[in-house]
Design a protein. Structure first.
Length: 155
């Protein structure tokens, strides 16, 4: 048996849920059932983690291929590094956005631009020196465009 406990809030002028009352035997039974299938849930989590790892490697491989298709002058090792960095799960990077997962050209290009910005220009040094982000990006724009132009041409 259980009951939802609510209380009238004078400040909000409505009933608010405070919790649930349950009988002690019911609580003990629920705890017992949770502990009984703990191993099953742990195995399921492990299998899901392994499956996601395989999916991530496959996605990063496809992203690297797409980078090389769009930027044939880019070194294969660099393309793999960009794909690995941009395609890291839960990173919040463009490679993990919906457009990135769909390998849309714009999203892949943004990942490449970010890599060039951080590795081939003094962008990070500008930020560390206190230059505002927008201004730092404007200062290095021509350098990024030059590298993109080189990479767009086949070797």
């Amino acid at each position: 048996m259980s009951a939802v406990v609510i209380r009238w809030s004078k400040a909000r002028k409505r009933y608010e849920r405070q919790g649930v009352l349950v009988e002690q035997p019911a609580l003990e039974l629920a705890e017992e059932q949770c502990l009984a299938d703990e191993d099953v849930r742990a195995r399921q989590r492990e299998r899901a983690r392994e499956k996601r790892a395989v999916e991530d490697v496959d996605f990063q491989k496809r992203m690297a291929q797409e980078i090389l298709r769009l930027f044939p002058g880019c070194d294969a090792n660099r393309a793999e590094a960009i794909a690995e960095h941009a395609g890291t799960r839960s990173s919040g990077r463009v490679g993990r956005s919906a457009a990135g997962r769909a390998l849309e050209e714009n999203a892949v290009t943004l990942a490449v631009v970010a890599s060039i910005r951080h590795l081939d220009t003094p962008y990070d040094e500008l930020l560390m020196a206190g230059v505002p982000r927008a201004e730092a990006r404007e200062r290095i724009r021509t350098q990024v465009d030059e590298v993109l132009d080189q990479w767009r041409r086949p070797r």
